[in-house]
Ligand binder design. Sequence first.
Ligand code: MRU
Length: 366
Amino acid sequence: MLIENKEWHTIWLNKETQKIEVIDQTKLPHKFEVKVINNSFEAANAISQMVIRGAPLIGVMGAYGLMLGLRENPSSSNLEKTYETLLATRPTAVNLKWSLDRIFQKVKDLSQVDRLNAAMKEACIIEKEDIEMCSLIGDNGLKIIQEIYDRKIIKNEKKVINILTHCNAGWLATVNWGTALAPIYKAHRAGLNLHIWVDETRPRNQGASLTAFELKNEGIPHTVIVDNAGGHLMQHGLVDLVIVGSDRTTSQGDVCNKIGTYLKALAANDNDIPFYAALPISTLDWELEDGLSEIVIEARSEREVTHISGLNDSGNIETVKLVPQGTHGFNPGFDVTPNNLITGLITERGICKANKSEISKFYKKK
Ligand code: MRU
């Protein structure tokens, strides 16, 4: 997608150096920098420090990270050690395990000399598939937006559809296109008039920093709102549709996504507003059923709650403290939206209800 009219992906293999390059998301929206990932240690750090983030992108980075580990040492013991190190970086998004398993299975029975090339090939396939899946999620989600758009007639006014999204499930969370934002990009390109309500998404502000950055660069009208505003906007008819991403979706269709998603689903339900989660197959966890009791929620540093960063008037990035000395913060990274609050799942294979029988029409357990 576009940054200042130039096409970018979030991650790529530099064919000359054979190193991985990524857009450094800790610097956005104020600075654009590309970071080189030289080895598996740096790959693990890039995930845990959120240089790259978003479930699908974490998965692609994990695949390349394991490949880098095999370049350092192709032995089976190093393969296992690097797998475990990468897997431990962020526990909630299942895409990481999904892609690490793919590389692991591909190379484990090969001779040591063949492992690196096989891992590189598979990681490139995972990267390419992610783009294709997200593009298809966009095509499928466009049908929902189009249908709501066609129904909405505002007398004497230009027809605009208002979509609310939480966190960043745009192209910066994937390789390209995004999940929740892919239908929005497709709808914009199809000429529909859109306006996006962007939840700021405390504590790390992925909405205010990343989603707003994406939409601005794609020329899509949007407004950032505080996380608590969504319910009020819904009560006043200012939201036609909610689309969010997912970090892990259980076999019965419970969706684990950025903290605060559940409250948006509750408010949407109370106001009869369609609430969709958009996700690729790599986000589906067939092993789990009840999201609330079974999904491990990442606990992040309290500093993300007690402090906030932004650009000061001198143009420098500054971090300031929000709370009194001695006050602590608690920072669960994700929450679970039960399937009864979800209108449907937008996947690369089509749209389905958030329940086991509908999901299993699209995906078969291996
Ligand atoms: O903590 P983050 O920034 O990795 O969380 C990202 C989200 O919660 C996204 O909504 C989710 O990964 C879906 S991304 C396509």
